[in-house]
Design a protein around this ligand. Structure first.
Ligand SMILES: *Cc1c(COP(=O)(O)O)cnc(C)c1O
Length: 406
């Protein structure tokens, strides 16, 4: 008789987006004439940039001719893509990362969920609270997180690092000693960033204690301030303690195209074992490479035209971020994020819970956001709005929010 992986049964239901969906459906049924504005889910809305479309068309044509047809891609990714990533994302910023330390994949969600496989089940993980749920759930499925307490919304064997207004949404070094530390900056959901000096403290801590840092830099393209690092490898010693995850989803609108990569430096070792070798083995065994067509599209992201067009796309979203940030601040809200990230994180007014504010916003003015408590216990009393809508909808949502009464 087969048995299942019982770790799956310990997972709490993925309550957040299904609960939002249910409430929005009920509202639109009750008010079929009202237009709902969705600033909830973190998905982009602008179409792919012309340089990317052109590269996609070109690659499709190549696939139709015997001379230029491509079958299985190399499992680490095509050299043309890895070398342009290494040069533009790393070497041009003074980071010593080589093309063969880059593993191309179909996105950062998969990589951030899969990376835990190369580590022992004895490792203890530390995560920010609130957090992108993939880090915790993937470790829970593997059996690394202990038991779940529905009352507190926490796992017994996870070190939670609270991020609140008091610490500027940057976690303090934990008192208990973790083996694997997940950091994401610019952060989803809080929109917060870490300075280079603060990140250096984390790198020093990891080296001192023998921990590994799993650094999710999916929102790197949104950084506007100078002292905010674009990569953890801007910190001294990070090659010895950090893996970095990147995505094409938020900088280039690839949420439906699918492309990302993970950097595993050759210096990162456990004893004499290189994590690079383990990840290469894992990748080669379980993954057959991102599609040629998509890697060509990824390559166009780094072309001169692509870079120019994508800067404009990011600027478009950041104008929304600024509209939301300014509008809410003027309306008396306590607001953070929105400067180096497409997320605005606001304190719910009048001590409302995150869900109370959600209901109030939906029912009074038909605007949908995401309750902070869905990202972890420290998210209670906060609310996330995204800058990924259109200018028109974002401006209208703000006008409506100014009419809210509590
Ligand atoms: C959107 C997002 C990603 C990217 O996921 P993809 O699978 O590449 O689309 C990764 N990490 C965080 C925190 C995100 O918000």
């Amino acid at each position: 008789m087969f048995k299942i992986n019982e770790n799956y049964l310990k997972l709490p239901g993925s309550y957040l987006f299904s609960a939002i969906g249910r409430k929005v459906a009920a509202y639109s049924q009750a008010h079929p004439d009202k237009k709902i504005i969705r600033l909830g889910i973190g998905d982009v809305t602008q179409p792919l940039a012309p340089a990317i479309i052109e590269a996609l068309h070109g690659a499709v044509e190549e696939m139709g001719k015997a001379e230029t047809f491509h079958g299985y891609a190399p499992d680490q990714g095509y050299e043309f893509l890895r070398s342009v990533i290494a040069r533009q994302d790393y070497q041009d910023r003074g980071c010593q990362i080589a093309a063969d330390e880059i593993f191309v994949s179909d996105g950062a969600k998969c990589d951030s969920g899969n990376i835990q496989e190369i580590f022992s089940l004895d490792n203890r993980i530390a995560v920010c609270d609130p957090v992108y749920p993939v880090y915790v759930d993937s470790n829970a499925m593997a059996g690394r997180t202990g038991s779940y307490d529905a009352g507190t919304g926490t796992w017994s064997n996870v070190i939670y690092m609270p991020c609140s207004m008091e610490n500027g949404f940057v976690p303090s070094l934990p008192e208990e000693k973790p083996d694997m530390i997940y950091l994401c900056f610019p952060n989803n959901p809080t929109g917060a960033t870490i300075t280079r000096a603060q990140l250096q403290e984390w790198v020093d801590y990891a080296i001192r204690t023998g921990a590994v840092i799993l650094y999710d830099a999916a929102y790197e393209a949104y950084i506007s301030e100078r002292d905010v690092p674009h990569s953890i490898y801007e910190c001294q010693g990070a090659r010895n303690c950090a893996i970095e995850l990147r995505s094409f989803s938020k900088n280039a609108g690839f949420t439906g195209v699918r492309l990302g990569f993970t950097v595993v430096p050759r210096d990162l070792k456990c004893g004499d074992v290189r994590l690079h070798d383990l990840w290469a083995r894992r990748h080669g065994t379980k993954y057959n490479g991102a599609p040629y067509i998509v890697q060509r599209a990824g390559w166009a992201v780094y072309s001169e035209a692509g870079r120019q067009q994508l800067q404009e796309q990011v600027a478009y979203y950041m104008e929304n971020a600024s509209t939301i940030y300014k509008g809410l601040t003027e309306a008396g809200y306590t607001v953070s994020g929105g400067i180096n990230a497409p997320y605005i994180w606001l304190k719910t007014p009048g001590n409302m819970t995150s869900w109370e504010f959600f209901d109030c916003l939906l029912e009074q003015v038909g605007v949908v956001g995401t309750p902070g408590s869905g990202f972890g216990p420290s998210g209670e009393g906060y609310f996330r709005l995204t800058a990924f809508g259109s200018h028109e909808n974002t401006a209208e949502a703000l006008d409506r929010m100014k009419k809210l009464t509590f």
